[in-house]
Write a protein that binds this ligand. Sequence first.
Ligand code: C2E
Ligand code: MG
Ligand code: MG
Ligand code: MG
Length: 279
Amino acid sequence: QAKHRGRNTHHYYSETLRTDVQPQLKIEAHLLGALERGEFQLYYQPLVDLQTGAVRSLEALLRWHSPALGPVSPADFIPLAEACGLIRELGSWVLRQAAVQVGVWRAAGYPNLSVAVNISPLQFEHPEFIAEVAALLDEEQLPGQALTLELTEGTLIQDLQATTAKLERLQALGLRVALDDFGTGYSSLSYLRRLRVDILKIDRSFVRSLDSEGPAFAEMILQLARHLGVQTVAEGIEQEDQRDLLARLGCDLGQGYLFARPLPVSALEDLLAASAQPR
Ligand code: C2E
Ligand code: MG
Ligand code: MG
Ligand code: MG
């Protein structure tokens, strides 16, 4: 599992946590109360314009440093937080942190910057979700354009009719909706016709296999997105040749270690100053 994440992340996620040695129950025990104890932090990873290299947006990625367990990967604790009923509280905290931070950046000279927040299906399904987002924008005096919500296919196809209505309400507030990890779910093309998402994020498995399998899938997704008028992001770009090929194929934005890893706020200021440009 750790290997699957790419060699460089070994330094961050402790190896032992990715094995069965750490029982889930033990992680769960430490997860309870972790929010109150201030053990979470948001990191941000740039989404870069593949033509110009300018930073267009940042994805908020949750980090948990447990004093007892060390750093734990969100791939491990998000499912647990979902299972033990913590995800709504945690998700609300993430949304608020991200909103406050994007407000700070927008006021500091990047007025068009948007932050993308990952939303769990359990958050999205909650009847108060849209009201919560609207109240947050209001409190932080932010336009909807300051936030992008990243949802996965699994979240969206639960109840297509309800989802369509919710997306429309969010978009009416000005938010953009990104379909995350596109191509890995049950990817029925028919629901793409019904759901008006703004952004498709091509899963990094397609980027990783560009060399071995060729560009057929990336090309097809990009073409589809173009026809639908949807912006495209390629995830997990680690190599220059991947970036060059995706740029040639017309992918709009890229995200990956080649450009920057997820970073704490303090480390982002220089990077933003060097490359952020108005949209
Ligand atoms: P995701 O939303 O698809 O986020 C992208 C993941 O790819 C992040 O992993 C990021 O660190 C990683 N990544 C970015 N560039 C590269 C690259 O070049 N190579 C490789 N190998 N990986 C790259 P991370 O931060 O470990 O997050 C994993 C997943 O956990 C996220 O996948 C998302 O589904 C979930 N997650 C993270 N933060 C949150 C959150 O605040 N709320 C919810 N509900 N889920 C979250
Ligand atoms: Mg995401
Ligand atoms: Mg993703
Ligand atoms: Mg992904």
